[in-house]
Design a protein around this ligand. Structure first.
Ligand code: AMP
Length: 630
């Protein structure tokens, strides 16, 4: 199929197009209903289909005689460990762990929170859940106890799976105290905590609640695959919204499997037996779609890496792994390449390795700046494809279809809409923008398979966040434009979501944390651009009347507070006391203006501002603090 035809056919007749794509995967019961529109504007794909995501990832390959192929390569420079699992070995490990979960009373529809580092047991746990129909919710290991507690309260898991520690470069981070504190803070109390004891740290167990990962597997029978209806939930993946409460993006089984198969083959051009490396973490959507489910469902070898792009041990780490395993395709956030470039600008480490197995480099998660693009392109001599998607979509919205022979790109663009996504730009009044005109990036309904159609336990929030801003469209929250040839340019979020090292974070959430400090009357957290991390949050703080506290002391306390409540991944390192904050007459803080001032950009003060003199005053404070660069 030609890429052009695929786009046109998916647009003209989504049901026919996605019925054909559904034929590409193994169902227990093939769906006869392809696409239904619901009264609230959402859609349902493959309503009467039955399948099992773990079966697609493992059993079907073993049944087809491919059990000896390598399914997963664990490479952990932080522990000096390398280990491979064949499809058969991974299936055995998953079926046994699934049996152990069942023996602990976990069944279809039960929630399981997974708070683990990048160890194979974490991937095994995800697949074991999908095998028995339990709904997993992986929480990124960098989140602090409070954040874990919030997710426990929202997803109400029957059990929590964790490990004794994670390792950040050389630092051992003990997870158990965080798990204990999260459960203490949460109202919902999981029945059991199952701990993987790593040699680097020993978790203290609470009698009656905590169980050992391997002990619970002794003497249990391996579990079979539970038939799941296509619309049954596979997982919840929390992501930042504009408020403190994270959004529980709910993924189904059936439409996700169809979408992942389509993406793996047609976007990434990965065939059975190819080696694929999603350079991310299972705590993010990329880890779900393109470390675990996608590549395994597609019969590829997936690289499971517990390390960093730099300092484990050096900026040649990525190239070393690519050479060692003959990696054919990678997906990475631009921030990793910015970090590598900083340490290896001339590519001396790069040249030590042979990366000829690599077909291409895909990047996403945040803006790919053109200096990084050119550096990577020239050094690697590989096609570098920017593409764009979100936790909610679960797979790429705009991307080149390299599996259909497409290789065109435009620097600065995240490429054209993938078949099934009718990407458009709207003006604030809802009318269609012209080519090259900036506006809100939206996707005309119906959304293709794989995209979340609800939020866990809060369907109303799904409707209000995504479907109600522009009727008939999914609101992405990103601003940008489309050129006359259909290439999409993402300019950034139009809401208070920021992107730090490819991690999506809510400034609203940080503000809520900062505001709990007794000296803080009011605050605004805004993002400023950063060479390596893309964006960094800074807090502008208004003190309560009568409070005296030194700038440095307050900053230190706030940095510690955000670290403790949200986690180190927020990279909240700067808080500046200001005399006043610019507001509209109705009292809303003008964050967009603050952002512009901090970036040293020109700005037009809105007519709604209550006091214009605040702006130069803030400008001076930001300059004096070295935040404004120009
Ligand atoms: P997440 O849900 O964490 O994957 O974050 C999704 C958000 O990251 C999007 O809404 C965009 O704002 C941003 N994003 C993802 N990919 C890109 C990209 N290739 N270029 C620019 N921004 C991106």
């Amino acid at each position: 199929m030609q890429a052009k035809d695929a786009r046109a056919r998916a647009l003209q007749n989504p049901s026919a197009f996605w019925a054909e794509q559904a034929d590409q995967i193994d169902w227990f019961k093939k769906p006869t209903q392809i696409l239904q529109e619901n009264a609230d504007g959402t859609h349902t794909w493959y309503a009467d289909g039955e399948l099992n995501s773990c079966f697609l990832a493992l059993d079907r390959h073993v049944a087809a005689g491919k059990g000896d192929r390598i399914a997963l390569i664990y490479d952990s420079p932080v522990t000096n460990t390398k280990k491979t699992y064949t499809y058969k070995a991974l299936l055995d490990a998953v079926a046994l762990f699934a049996g152990a979960l069942k023996a602990q009373g976990v069944g279809k529809g039960d929630g399981v929170v997974i708070y683990m580092p990048m160890v194979p047991e974490a991937g095994i746990a995800m697949l074991a859940c999908s095998r028995i129909g339990a709904v997993h919710s992986v929480v990124f290991g960098g989140f602090a106890a409070h954040e874990l507690g919030v997710r426990i309260d929202d997803s109400k898991p029957k059990i929590v799976l964790s490990a004794s520690c994670g390792i950040e470069f050389t630092k051992i981070i003990e997870y158990k105290p965080l798990v204990d504190s999260a459960i203490e803070q949460a109202t919902h109390k999981p029945e059991k905590v199952i701990m993987l004891q790593r040699p680097e740290a020993k978790a203290e167990m609470i009698a009656g609640r905590d169980l050992d990962w391997y002990e619970i597997q002794q003497g249990v029978a391996p579990a079979a695959c539970e038939p799941m209806t296509a619309t049954d939930p596979l997982y919840i993946m929390y992501t930042s919204g504009t408020t403190g409460k994270p959004k529980g993006v709910l993924r189904d089984n059936g439409s996700y499997a169809v979408a992942l198969n389509f993406a793996l083959r047609n976007i990434y051009n990965m065939q059975e037996g190819d080696v694929w490396w999603g350079i991310s973490d299972i705590g993010w959507v990329v880890g779900h779609s393109f470390i675990m489910y996608g590549p395994l469902m597609g019969g590829c070898t997936t690289v499971f890496y517990e390390g960093k792009p730099v300092r484990t041990p050096d900026a040649g780490a990525l190239w070393r792994v690519i050479q060692e395993y003959g990696v054919n395709g990678i997906f990475c956030a631009p921030t990793a390449f910015r970090a590598i470039r900083k340490e290896d600008p001339e590519g001396e480490l790069f040249r030590k390795y042979d990366v000829s197995s690599l077909k291409h480099i895909f990047v996403a998660g945040e803006k790919l700046d053109s200096p990084t693009y050119h550096w990577l392109r020239e050094m690697s001599q590989k096609p570098v494809f920017d593409h764009w998607w979100q936790t909610e979509t679960g797979w790429p919205v705009t991307a080149p279809l390299t599996g259909m022979g497409e290789s065109d790109l435009r620097i600065g663009s995240t490429n054209r809409g993938v078949p099934g996504y009718n990407v458009q730009v709207l003006r604030p009044d809802g009318s269609l923008a012209d080519a090259d005109e900036m506006g809100s990036i939206v996707i005309k309904l119906p959304l293709p398979p794989g995209v979340a159609q609800t939020l866990w336990g809060d369907h109303q929030r799904y409707l209000s966040s995504y479907l109600q801003t522009f009727k008939g469209y999914y609101h992405t929250g990103d601003g940008g434009y489309i050129d006359k040839d259909g290439f999409v340019y993402i300019m950034g979020r139009t809401d208070d979501v920021i992107n730090v090292s490819g991690h999506r974070l809510s400034t609203g959430e940080m503000e809520e944390v900062v505001a709990t400090h007794p000296a803080v009357a009011e605050c605004a957290v805004i993002a400023v651009s950063d060479e390596v991390k893309g964006q960094l949050p800074i807090g502008l703080i208004l003190l309560k009347d009568g409070v005296t506290i030194e700038q440095d002391a307050l900053e230190k306390e706030l940095v510690a507070l955000v670290r403790q409540k949200i986690g180190a991944l927020a990279c909240f390192q700067k808080a500046l006391i200001v005399k006043r904050l610019p507001k509209t007459r109705s009292g809303k803080i003008l964050r967009a203006i603050l952002r512009k001032i901090a970036e040293g950009e020109d700005y037009a003060p809105p007519s709604t501002i209550d006091d214009l003199s605040i702006l130069p005053e803030i400008g001076e404070s930001l300059k004096a603090a070295g935040i404004t660069k120009t």
